[in-house]
Every structure is written in structure tokens, then in C-alpha cells.
Design a protein around this ligand. Structure first.
Ligand SMILES: Nc1ncnc2c1ncn2[C@@H]1O[C@H](COP(=O)(O)OP(=O)(O)OP(=O)(O)O)[C@@H](O)[C@H]1O
Length: 509
């Protein structure tokens, strides 16, 4: 037994087989590690055991790895095992040489300088790469006396799959973060808000003023009049422009999920599948703007919670009893008559007044026919750019047909109508019949109700066209009020939104 510098003794009850370390010591010829002859009796030399462990650990490590080197505190090689010498092709005895002269990319000097181990690294040597681990060596007084390095594998290929997987995950994370940041940036500014009519000029003036204030804005107007576009333009012109713009369509989210969607979920709030923490839209929009579309469709219980958030500027994630402060500017929008909803007790009066700080009403397209030609021209330009073709022109008679139509779906419908005309004809100049052929109720009797070319078509395409047609007809009949259109179609509002998004009919989630 090593008795020289005993620093501690562990008293063991050799008779107790559960007594941890004593278990290995109760045979009388105790062995810990391959060579140590231990004490016989009921005490263990604690320090000797540690020293033995250090020694055997070193031997194990050295035998397992493919090379080892130790340097003194000046970076001179103190020892290099034969395996390492053979691996590197080092002739003679390298002792006394500066480590970098023998191993050019060695980092052992850095380990000496920093006193920090490098548990896992890849070191290049010529055209090979080694997986290495490096540790500082301390003297009895705690000062650094050198460093030791082990080559674990002489080919880093062992780690390559792991490294590649890690790199791929990092790339995916960066890409997703970039996409999210991009998604949460407002895409539109006032210059993209088309129209030169008196009413549109006034709306832009109000919008620019609202951008400079931090007050809540309430956008009112029929579907497709540009409420979301205006909300984005206000955000882009506001001091919050560099922060997120997060849009949420209240009508598109099933009632049961609204609260979680708005306020987020604390970890473990639900049993079952979704136990993780999830940020709500308020948190995602923090510092920026939260656009609450179709606010008129918000269920009363959620209205109460929203009111509290607007008053307190605090939210309480689902399943949490902690409040979180949020700093968001709210822009709400609806195509419904909020006043009437308040009268019918479908919408809380106090919330209405909270939201109605800066109200802006967007006029329907039919009330500003002077805007139709310029908007249509810009849409045709955009379509031409998208398709890489010269822009189509509108004959005056075609413009007149556009002006005469009453556009229940407003600018969105104008966009879709022109897109359909462009898809159906190659004519560079669009005439009145071209326009009439795609406007509801204006194509000649007997013409196909579906804008599909004749002949066999994939079933999916036919079904989608039929669905698009049914939804457009329902929206037209419901004067653009989606809740009513959904009822006519016999589906839920959320399903209508989901279908509109899938079919590219412009609704946002
Ligand atoms: N004044 C405008 N200038 C340019 N594009 C417009 C204008 N108004 C609407 N649009 C376009 O029409 C489409 C519908 O606009 P937006 O989504 O902003 O309308 P909305 O009033 O929010 O509709 P909804 O109530 O159905 O959500 C978008 O493609 C938008 O870019």
C-alpha cells in the first residue's frame, strides 16, 4: 500500500456487501485497477486509490488511442509514444524540440497558455485529419507544468457523419430563422397601395399619420379592399418597421385554438402530444405590429382576454400563472359592421372603443371607378413580369366593362379576374368580350361554368376548379362576407379560409 501522503481514509464496513467501494475490498486480496495491491482490513487509502486511478486511467487512455504526446510548460516535447512517432513518421527522439516543429498544427501551447482543456478537436497533419483531445497538466502547487495530447482516431472520418448531421441541422436552423424573419417582415409599403381617387389619397394620408403614432388602428371595409395591405404599409412606415409584422386571421382559427394561438402555451399545459412551450402571436410580434384580421369574428370569451391585454399590455400563456409583458401595436380589421355587432351583443362595446382609436374605412372598388383603370394596368404589368411576357393592354371598351361591374370581391377579385383573362387568351389587347367571358353572370348562356379548357384533365385540377367556382359564387352571393359564404357552402368559416388558401384565392391564415 502507498502510505506516503495519505490525505484521507475511508472507513468501510467490510461485512456490509452494499457498502459501495468496500465491496471490492472484502476479499482480503483487494485489487483496484490492474496492478494495485490494496490494504487488507477495514480502511482504504483514499489518496493512494486516486493516484492509482490516475495512473491506470493514463495507461488505459494511452493504450486505447493511436498516439500521445506531452510537452513541458515552454512547449517543448517531453515525451512522445512510439505509436505517435510512427503515425507522424518522426525520425529519432523528438524530446526537447518545440512541439510545432514536429506537429505544425498542435494546439498544446494554447492549452498551456489558457489552462483550459480541449476535450475534442480535429487536427490537420499534412493531408490527414486526426481526432484529438488535449489537457493541461498541473503541478502540486497548482501551476501549469505542461500539457498532454492524445490522438483518439487517426482519421476524422469517424466523426464525419456526426459533424455533417450537426452542420445540416445548423444550416436548417439558420434557413428557418431567416424564412421566419422574412415571413414576419411587412411585404408592402404605401407606394404599393394603388389608387389615385380622392378617397384613396385621404386613406393614405390617414395611414401615414397613423404610422407615426403608436395608437391602435381599426381598418374597416369589405373583403379585398386592401385592409391587410394598408396594415403592412402602416407598419413599414412606422418606427416599428424593423420589428416583426405578424398577421392572424381570427376567423380562420378554430375557436378552441384561438387562445393558445394568441397567448401561447406554457410547457406541460396540455397532456398528450403538445406538451412543449409555444409562443403565441403576441410574443412573436413583440416590438412590432400584430394585425388582427376579421376581428368581428372573435368569440366573446377571447374578446374579454384581448381587452385585458390591450389594457394591461400583459399576456398569460395557457397553463401558466405567470404574466409576460408585451409591446405590440395592434392593427385590427374587419369586413363586418362592428357597430351592429355591438348592438346585437356579439361584440363587446368596451373592446370596440379600445380598438376604434384611429378608424380608417376603405371604400369598395365600385365607389371609386376612377381607380379601376390604373389598378388594372398595374395588375397586368405585375402578371407580365411574373410570366415573362409583354404586358397586355386594355381596350377602352374593356375598361368600361370593368367599371360597370360592381366588384363584390374588390381589388382581390379584380386581380383574379385579370389573371384568369390572361390565362385564357394570348391576345395582346384585351377587349370587352374577353373581360365579359370571365365575369360572373356576364358570359353567354351555355358557356362553360368552369373556366377549363376542354378535353381530359387531371381530376385534381377539375375538382379544384369546381371548388374555386363554388367559393367565388358563394362569396359573390354573400357580398363578400365570408361567414355568410361559409354558411351557404355548408362548411365552417375556418374550412372556408383553409380552402381559399389552398386554392390560391387570396385569404391569409
Ligand atoms: N389599393 C390596392 N392597391 C394594390 N393592391 C390592392 C389594393 N387593395 C387590395 N389589393 C390587393 O388585393 C388583395 C386583397 O387585399 P387585402 O388582403 O389587403 O384585402 P383585405 O381587405 O384585407 O381582405 P379580407 O377582408 O378578405 O382579408 C391583395 O392581393 C392586395 O395586394
Amino acid at each position: 500500500m502507498l502510505t506516503s501522503d495519505i490525505v484521507g481514509k475511508l472507513r468501510c464496513n467490510a461485512a456490509d456487501p452494499k457498502a459501495g467501494i468496500a465491496r471490492g475490498l472484502d476479499t482480503g486480496t483487494t485489487k483496484i485497477g490492474p496492478v494495485w495491491e490494496g490494504d487488507v482490513g477495514d480502511t482504504v487509502d483514499f489518496e493512494a486509490l486516486r493516484q492509482r486511478a490516475v495512473h491506470s486511467l493514463f495507461e488505459h487512455l494511452e493504450s486505447m488511442c493511436v498516439g500521445a504526446v506531452a510537452v513541458d510548460h515552454t512547449g517543448r516535447i517531453a515525451w512522445m509514444d512510439d505509436k505517435y512517432k510512427a503515425l507522424l513518421g518522426v525520425p529519432g527522439d523528438p524530446r526537447g524540440r518545440q512541439v510545432e516543429d514536429v506537429i505544425p498544427n498542435s494546439q498544446l501551447r494554447r492549452v498551456i497558455d489558457s489552462g483550459q482543456p480541449q476535450p475534442l478537436d480535429i487536427m490537420e497533419f499534412d493531408d490527414r485529419s486526426f481526432v484529438v483531445t488535449r489537457m493541461p497538466l498541473f503541478g502540486i502547487d497548482g501551476s501549469i507544468i505542461g500539457a498532454i495530447g492524445f490522438v483518439l482516431f487517426d482519421r476524422a472520418e469517424y466523426l464525419r457523419p456526426l459533424v455533417r448531421k450537426y452542420e445540416k441541422m445548423q444550416e436548417e436552423l439558420a434557413r428557418t430563422q431567416q424564412e421566419l424573419a422574412h415571413e414576419r417582415r411587412a411585404k408592402y409599403s404605401f407606394s404599393q397601395f394603388l389608387g389615385a381617387s380622392e378617397s384613396i389619397r385621404e386613406i393614405k394620408r390617414l395611414g401615414r399619420r397613423a404610422a407615426q403614432m403608436d395608437s391602435t388602428v381599426l381598418l374597416l371595409g369589405e373583403t379585398g379592399t386592401g385592409k391587410e395591405l394598408l396594415a403592412q404599409a402602416i407598419h413599414s412606415a412606422s418606427p416599428r418597421a424593423s420589428k416583426p409584422f405578424v398577421g392572424v386571421n381570427v376567423a380562420a382559427i378554430p375557436e378552441t385554438l384561438l387562445e393558445a394561438e394568441f397567448f401561447g402555451v406554457a410547457p406541460g399545459a396540455f397532456t398528450g402530444a403538445d406538451r412543449r412551450h409555444r409562443d403565441g402571436k403576441f410574443q412573436l410580434a413583440n416590438g412590432g405590429t400584430l394585425f388582427l384580421d376579421e376581428i368581428g369574428d372573435m368569440p366573446l370569451p377571447v374578446q374579454a382576454k384581448l381587452l385585458r391585454v390591450l389594457q394591461e399590455r400583459e399576456i398569460e400563456p395557457l397553463g401558466s400563472n405567470k404574466v409576460v409583458r408585451v409591446d405590440v401595436r395592434i392593427i385590427a380589421a374587419t369586413s363586418r359592421d362592428l357597430h351592429a355587432l355591438v348592438r346585437e351583443k356579439q361584440f363587446r362595446a368596451d373592446l370596440y372603443y379600445r380598438l376604434n382609436v384611429v378608424p380608417i374605412t376603405l371604400p369598395p372598388l365600385r365607389d371609386r371607378p376612377e381607380d379601376i383603370e390604373s389598378i388594372a394596368d398595374r395588375i397586368l404589368e405585375q402578371l407580365a413580369i411574373q410570366q415573362g411576357t409583354p404586358p397586355r393592354e386594355l381596350l377602352e371598351s374593356a375598361v368600361q366593362v370593368l367599371r360597370d361591374y360592381d366588384w363584390p370581391g374588390n381589388v382581390r377579385e379584380l386581380y383574379n379576374t385579370l389573371e384568369r383573362v390572361v390565362a385564357l387568351t394570348d391576345a395582346p389587347i384585351l377587349t370587352a368580350p374577353h373581360i365579359r367571358s370571365v365575369l360572373p353572370g356576364q358570359h353567354p348562356a351555355g358557356a362553360s361554368a368552369l373556366p377549363l379548357a376542354p378535353g381530359a384533365r387531371p381530376l385534381q385540377e377539375v375538382l379544384h376548379a369546381a371548388e374555386r367556382h363554388a367559393i367565388a359564387a358563394a362569396l359573390e352571393e354573400a357580398n363578400g362576407v365570408k361567414a355568410r359564404a361559409a354558411k351557404l357552402l355548408g362548411i365552417s368559416r375556418a374550412s372556408l379560409y383553409e380552402r381559399m388558401v389552398t386554392l390560391g384565392l387570396g385569404a391569409t391564415q
